[in-house]
Design a protein around this ligand. Sequence first.
Ligand code: FAD
Length: 322
Amino acid sequence: MGGVLVILEAIGTDLAAISRELLGKGRQLADTLGGPLAALAIGPTTSVAAQAGAFGADQVYTVQAPVLAQYTTDGYVAAAMAAVQTCNPALILAGSSFQMRDFGAALATDLNAGLVVDVTDLQVVDGALQATRPSHGGNVINTYRFAAGKPVVALVRKQSFPEATAQPDRSVPITELTISDLTPRTEVVSVVPKAGAVNLTDAAIIVTGGRGLGNKDNYYRLIPPLAEVLGGAYGASRAIVDDGWVPYEHQVGQTGKTVSPKLYIAAGVSGAIQHLAGMRTSRTIVAINKDPEAPIFRIATFGVVGDVNEILPLLTEEVKRR
Ligand code: FAD
């Protein structure tokens, strides 16, 4: 047993960012563990299988079958088992989405493997795999060390690791695996995309406004325009969602979305513990608040003490100008 297997995800015809991140970290861990870096594309994601080679995978497997057209636990676990039996990895990596949590738990059970979700760091320490994950709203950081000799399934939070560097000329053979006929115990009856859904969790840049914006009109005048020029999404504290300024889909925090973008701008947000629970793992945090004692400054990478009404328009104009 050795090496790493990454379960690939696709967005349209592209390898999802989380998969590029896992291939980057997977490469490093596979080198330390002394095994190959393998990647598995299941069902519709087989269209992006070739991209995994360009992002560093040594072996790429695909599994195509009518039963895999839609996600089902049984179908995806059967596909993963086919790859695991072929490459016998010490570590299986996937994103920590709702679907992958369902899949990862079932796969770990079938493999009698260790499972850790919501991972933000992975290392090999004294030959053993060590995973870090936050809990209790981000206030506790847990470190797990796994005994050698059994595989581990680790589901990783988006944007925890840098993406693998693309090597466009690199290609590796793709091996098609098969699974036996199976009737999943669940059936997908319909998939209905929600109209106007807000993809905050995938955004690399988020601009969030809070009660310091003063009112709903100010929020829409100042926050979405900055998010737009930065190519990001806009978020909100619960205080202003509860006040009806912004729909719940934009709420960040313990009872809203958990986000981990490359850049998080918090404007007029005090930094209550429940808000921090949803964004404290962001890579760079910029806080704008007129109160120098605001708790948000304790976790901010950069802090601006000032009035959002003055700073946000200047920032938006400056970004536009560049
Ligand atoms: P405030 O706390 O009122 O802060 C406004 C900030 O704006 C202040 O720091 C002030 O100095 C600053 N300010 C004012 N005027 C200006 C100006 N002109 N320029 C610059 N700065 C200015 N909250 C969440 O966000 N997400 C959650 O998911 C969440 N879940 C919760 C779950 C539970 C069970 C509970 C009890 C609470 C939860 N909360 C959550 C609420 C949380 O405790 C806070 O009440 C909320 O985050 C405060 O929002 P805010 O920072 O926008 O407002």
